[in-house]
Design a protein around this ligand. Structure first.
Ligand code: 2RA
Length: 330
């Protein structure tokens, strides 16, 4: 059945990718509406060969026949408007961080924990943080077989993660112009600073990866730490993942488990310089895993290298995949 859907935050970096991916995946649409803030209202959007006008998001925006609302408009907008849409029976898939750790809201990566949706009575479904989505893709099967004891994340995150502003900062930095979005130049630099710093010395981005991984794997006891770093890459995040297990394993077992995960692509042939790279992940919806090797510094440990398009699988495509499964489209 074709759906009536709303895209909220339609003119942002993720919002515009919702539009691209909905068309690419031939999502069955009857009516589609585009919403943004007052300053973006009136802009024209082309969708499936037709032109639409972006409407200003208001309390009355959901007083129309809608099945699904895809949100990527920031936490405060989701906090105010997602409950309004949900109260009218509309399924909301929200990309902001607002609802992710809410105990009444499911936090979903379809290939990892889609079944968790049944544990909640919620019209709002939270889309995890981009760096979390790609990182948990290999972890569920490994946890189920070898019981993860500890995870150390180190991320190398593209500037597109902070929207069009971040992209512009790198472009301007390459011309020698001062940054406008980051506290320091990002060109020719690495910034261990994504989102705000907390009193404990971590950033909100690091806290998100730690808390969201525990929720998605349903492992509140998991020992996890993270260092998230902005690097001068336009698009696609890379993550180094060090994992310590409770149980012993053979490397063949690790490969066997990883090869079971849908949309997880193993690229691991270092003798031929084959490993996941941001330039190859961009524009796709898969998560790429390589550099799979034992960590000889501990009893039952491995290292992985994990790369994905942070705007597609890390945000827009993951949200649309959730909707496809809820409405049994795919
Ligand atoms: C970033 N993960 O990369 C954060 C939000 N998209 O900036």
């Amino acid at each position: 059945k074709a759906l009536n859907i709303a895209v909220v935050g339609a003119t942002g970096r993720v919002g515009s990718t919702f539009i691209e991916v909905l068309q690419e995946r031939k999502f069955p649409i009857n009516n589609i509406y585009f919403f943004a803030s007052a300053k973006s209202a009136g802009k024209k959007i082309e969708f499936a060969g037709k032109e639409y006008e972006v409407e200003e998001l208001t309390e009355n925006s959901f007083d129309r026949d809608l099945d699904l609302a895809l949100f990527s408009a920031g936490g405060s907008t989701s906090k105010k408007f997602a409950p309004i849409a949900a109260s009218k029976g509309i399924i909301v898939v929200d990309n902001s961080s607002q609802w992710r750790m809410d105990k009444n809201v499911p936090l979903i990566v379809p290939e990892v924990n889609f079944e968790d949706i049944k544990k909640y009575d919620s019209k709002i479904i939270a889309n995890p943080n981009c760096s979390t989505i790609q990182s948990v893709m290999p972890l569920k099967v490994l946890d189920e077989r070898f019981k993860i004891k500890r995870i150390v994340y180190s991320t190398y995150q593209a500037v597109s993660g902070s929207g069009f502003k971040g992209i512009k900062d790198l472009e301007e930095g390459m011309k020698g112009n001062p940054p406008t979005n980051y506290p320091h130049p990002i060109f020719n630099n690495c910034l261990p600073h994504i989102d705000e710093f907390l009193d404990n010395g971590y950033t909100k981005e690091e806290e998100k990866m730690i808390n969201e991984t525990r929720k998605i794997l349903d492992r509140d006891d998991l020992k996890i730490t993270a260092t998230t770093v902005r690097v001068p890459v336009m698009n696609s995040h890379s993550v180094s993942i060090n994992i310590e297990f409770e149980k012993p394993f053979e490397m063949k077992d690790i490969y066997d488990e990883l090869s079971k995960v849908e949309n997880l692509v193993i690229v691991d042939d270092v003798k031929n310089n084959q490993y996941p790279m941001a330039i190859n992940a961009t524009g796709t919806d898969e998560v790429y895993i390589g550099r799979i090797r034992r960590d000889f510094s501990t009893e039952n440990g491995i290292n992985l290298w994990d790369v994905a398009d942070n705007i597609r699988k890390g945000a827009a495509s993951n949200a649309i995949q959730i909707a496809e499964k809820i409405f049994e489209i795919k």
